[in-house]
Design a protein around this ligand. Structure first.
Ligand code: CIR
Length: 256
């Protein structure tokens, strides 16, 4: 069974962190309606939802992906790169504790979950403005005994590794090669975003379905042309907070 952890949009979302885009007004109600439809899509794709209530004082807390990395054998609670986001991790750790043994990124390490991309036993970790080498070394030390190989990958021009590259099938990645070096992913099938849609590389694979932003129709066609099943979702209001489809959930397998 797949479990999807989500958290309702904070009323403070207007004070979110922004790195690569300029501030625009975010309409809370629209963001919440879109977020609920996103949650419904996850449920319809077979996930059991675990919905956390909104955090009044934590603007970016809807982006639960950044608080943890959940693998089959364990979970790593991050230490987010933006100081304003550090208190987000505690409720996520409490929620994950019954499901997984927990490890933690320690100071001076900083890491956002959005910088960690897993494909099988290979883990790519983005070196970004949020994630540093200390944290990647800590992640490697935690994961190596479980048979994972951790590769550090430089990210440039975007917020997180998963802004630049995500998995859309078992061995297929969707990528914006302007933001990450294709060479780092040798051996993988690569689908490139349409050049007119640089933000189109963030896709969420749920089972065999790619949950994908409605805004990027050209890249969506590229995915469908490769035989992939795509379901669209409109997260345009949260995109104003620099969030995408992977950021709004933590999805993991749970066997009772
Ligand atoms: C931030 O800057 O931290 C938030 N405004 C956006 C985080 C998006 N998270 C993600 O891509 N994993």
């Amino acid at each position: 069974m797949l479990v999807a952890v989500t958290r309702d949009v904070s009323p403070a979302i207007g004070r979110c962190e922004l790195t690569h885009i300029r501030r625009q007004t975010i309409t809370l109600n629209t963001a919440r309606v879109q977020h609920r439809l996103y949650e419904r899509s996850l449920a319809e794709l077979g996930c059991r939802l675990h919905q956390l209530p909104a955090e009044e004082e934590l603007p970016d807390s809807v982006f639960v992906e950044d608080a943890a990395i959940v693998l089959d054998e364990l979970a790593v609670i991050t230490r987010p790169g933006a100081e304003s986001r550090r208190p987000e991790t505690r409720p996520i750790a409490d929620l994950l504790a019954p499901y997984r043994k927990l490890f933690r990124i320690q100071q001076p390490g900083t890491m956002d979950g959005g910088d960690v991309l897993q494909t099988g036993k290979t883990v790519f970790a983005g070196l970004s403005t949020r994630t540093n080498l200390e944290a990647i070394d800590q992640l490697r030390a935690v994961l190596s005994p479980f048979g994972y190989t951790v590769h550090a990958v430089q990210v440039k021009g975007c917020l997180h590794l998963k802004s630049a590259v995500t998995a859309v099938a078992e061995d297929t990645l969707l990528m914006n090669p302007e933001w990450v070096d294709e060479e780092a992913f040798k051996g993988k099938e690569i689908i490139r975003v349409d050049p007119a849609e640089p933000r189109g590389a963030n896709a969420l694979l749920v089972g065999r379905t790619v949950l994908y932003p409605a805004a990027y129709s050209r890249t969506r066609r590229r995915l469908e042309d490769q035989g992939l099943t795509v379901r669209t979702v409109d997260l345009s209001e949260l995109a104003k907070a620099e969030g995408g489809v992977t950021c709004c959930s933590l999805i993991f397998d749970y066997r009772q």
